[in-house]
Design a protein around this ligand. Sequence first.
Ligand code: PBG
Length: 329
Amino acid sequence: MDLLRRNRRLRTHPSIRAMVRETTLTPDDFIVPLFVAEGKRLRDEIPSMPGYYRLSLDTLAAEVKSLWGMGLKSVLLFVKVADSLKDNAGAEALNPDGLMQRAVRTVKEACPGMWVMTDVALDPFSAYGHDGIVAHGKILNDATAEVLAEMSVSHAQAGADMVAPSDMMDGRIQVIRQGLDAAGYTDTGIMSYSAKYASAFYGPFRDALDSAPVAAEQVPADKKTYQMDPANRIEALRETEMDIAEGADIVMVKPGLCYLDIVREVRDAFDVPVAVYQVSGEYAMLKAAAEKGWLDHDAVMMEQLLSIKRAGADLIASYFARDAVSLLG
Ligand code: PBG
């Protein structure tokens, strides 16, 4: 063939492939989600998340030191709350000695440089597994946002660097920002779950925290009145724009792989860092296929993470963070 351009020239050798590679992963890209539970020396494997654990505070301290040693710089904390402490309004979430508050202090003591983000939502504290207060067939938006602001202040008091509201109530970023500022926490950041879809990929996470929503007070056992319809694209831009206007420092698209079109659009449309949450069901799918010998775990993991970054993610919250960074070498 008489070809002037042959694209394969730039693929002939590992060196030139590395030189022209457009996207690379580094430890700085990752946020490590961690599940915290009461107990001692606990490393309790989550059945639907093989290789992922609920940690007690002592093992959490060791874990964050080890992550820090690998170059990982940020954790996102979630707590598993005892049923006896759950109610409809998240009272336990405001306990200055609650598990989240103690977890934040534990991480900061063990590893002062670690950037600590906290999940802000009612579901782990809700007797109904909902992200808001349930009443008369509704999730109460404004009353929930007030609790989330108090929760955020409580996390900031414990030492959190950034709060991460994952609830999808309208206006909560504004209410949280005002609450933090009024309490003097002007430097405490907000990473907003801005385009969070009502996804079926959250199942294993709900196993981990025992937080699956139930039908209660005429509210169904799903989150479709607050999380977004997976069919919608334009709405994701509207949600993100509003969260930025309300004061979000980082915005998020969640889940990851099925929503990479949204990631690209959000990245192109706005000028704040964009995080992507590769969620529990995405982790579980690969683990299951790899256990069966149907997929090459490490190769698929790296391809997925790279694709999330190529789509426009500045940050990736992923249960694969540790494995991926150890492969980066
Ligand atoms: C709850 C919350 C969920 C996740 C993060 N925060 C689940 C839900 O909305 O029901 C999911 C994370 C995952 O699946 O890995 N506020």
